[in-house]
Every structure is written in structure tokens, then in C-alpha cells.
Design a binder for this molecule. Structure first.
Ligand code: HEC
Length: 173
């Protein structure tokens, strides 16, 4: 046998051994089932559970703390926003349609440019356009229920009675 044939035979033997090995000994890989949206049972949840869900969304899926945190300076701190909202609504710069604290926070999340906190507008817009995304669309994509939970959480955090708790039937989507 010339060398070329020897190399070819050797290669084939190696491939055969590996194939046999992988067929016989490597366990089948089963892809994991796609993550299900956590089932939310509002009827058993109570206010505590609802604000806890809000906190989880705030720190997780909502990505709020990505911008609203004490170190980055990208966005104002909103720990006491539920107490500050009344002032926002009275501000002549306010262009939105909210009537109360709950409405202001909801509007801030869905239509952030209705009021832009001084110094935090998108570059070159003189504080008329908010750099914050609509958190109910795009990559964050919060549901109405999650938005309500975040509002309730922010109200509780500011020491304000949560009003954003919808009756289970209403909040079901
Ligand atoms: C990409 C950065 C970013 C993310 C993510 C973000 N925000 Fe904001 N947010 C801002 C900036 C910047 C402002 C200030 C400009 C303005 O008033 O819109 C703001 C303003 C606000 C205000 C109004 C503050 C005030 O003093 O009137 C609220 C309320 C708020 N955000 C809530 C949230 C919540 C809740 C989330 C998560 C669900 C969130 N934000 C996610 C950047 C962000």
C-alpha cells in the first residue's frame, strides 16, 4: 500500500470509531422546553404578593435599575416618585393626560416624553424628548399587569397607598 492509501484508511478508521462512539455512548441531547411565562394567580396573590411581583419586574424584566440607579447618573432616582408625582402634574412643562399619581407613573412608563425631568432629556432636544423607552413595547415588553405591579411597588416604596391593584377579573389578560 502506498502512503496515501494508508493515510486514507487510517482516517476512515478514526471516523468510524468516533461515529460508533457517538452513536453508542453520547446521550441524546434534548433541547430544554422554552421557558413558560410564569402563571400569575392574582386571586391568591394579595397586595403583598402584587408589590413583590412589581419589585421583581422592576429589578429584572423591566430593566428599570439599568438606568434608574444611584451610580450611573443616566436617569433620575425614582424611589419616591409616587410622592413627587403631584408636583410633576402641576409643572407647566407637563404635557401629558394623567390625573393622579398612578396615572403619572403609568404614563412615564408608556409615554415618557409627556414629562421630561430637567437635565435628563435626550441629547440636543432641550429636555423635550425622553431617552427612556416605552417599557410596554420592544425588548422590555411589559404586560399591563406587570406595569400595574411596578406602579404598586413604587407607591409602596414611597410610602403611598398602592392604588394600581386591579381586581383579578380586570387584570387578567
Ligand atoms: C434606558 C434607560 C431607562 C430605562 C430602562 C428606564 N428608564 Fe425610566 N427614565 C429614564 C430617564 C433618562 C428618565 C428621565 C427623563 C424623563 O423624564 O423621561 C426616566 C424617567 C422615569 C420616570 C419619571 C421620573 C420623574 O421624576 O418624573 C419614571 C416614573 C420612570 N422613568 C420609571 C421607569 C420604570 C418603572 C422603568 C422600568 C420598567 C424605567 N423607568 C426604565 C431612563 C430609563
Amino acid at each position: 500500500m502506498n502512503n496515501l492509501l494508508k493515510i486514507a484508511a487510517f482516517s476512515l478508521a478514526v471516523i468510524a470509531v468516533y461515529t460508533l462512539f457517538s452513536v453508542k455512548y453520547v446521550p441524546d441531547m434534548k433541547p430544554e422546553a422554552p421557558p413558560k411565562d410564569e402563571a400569575i394567580d392574582l386571586s391568591s396573590m394579595g397586595l403583598e404578593g402584587f408589590t413583590a411581583l412589581g419589585e421583581k419586574v422592576y429589578n429584572g424584566k423591566g430593566a428599570c435599575t439599568l438606568c434608574h440607579n444611584p451610580v450611573g447618573g443616566r436617569a433620575p432616582l425614582i424611589e419616591d416618585i409616587a410622592a413627587v408625582a403631584a408636583e410633576r402634574l402641576k409643572d407647566p412643562k407637563y404635557k401629558g393626560a394623567a390625573k393622579d399619581t398612578e396615572g403619572y407613573i403609568r404614563e412615564s412608563m408608556i409615554n415618557p416624553s409627556a414629562y421630561v425631568v430637567a437635565g435628563f432629556g435626550a441629547a440636543g432636544t432641550d429636555d423635550t424628548v425622553s431617552p427612556m423607552p416605552d417599557v410596554t413595547s420592544g425588548a422590555i415588553g411589559l404586560s399591563e399587569l406587570e406595569v400595574n405591579a411596578v406602579i404598586a411597588y413604587l407607591q409602596k416604596k414611597a410610602g403611598v397607598e398602592p392604588t394600581a391593584m386591579k381586581a383579578p377579573a380586570e387584570a387578567k389578560e
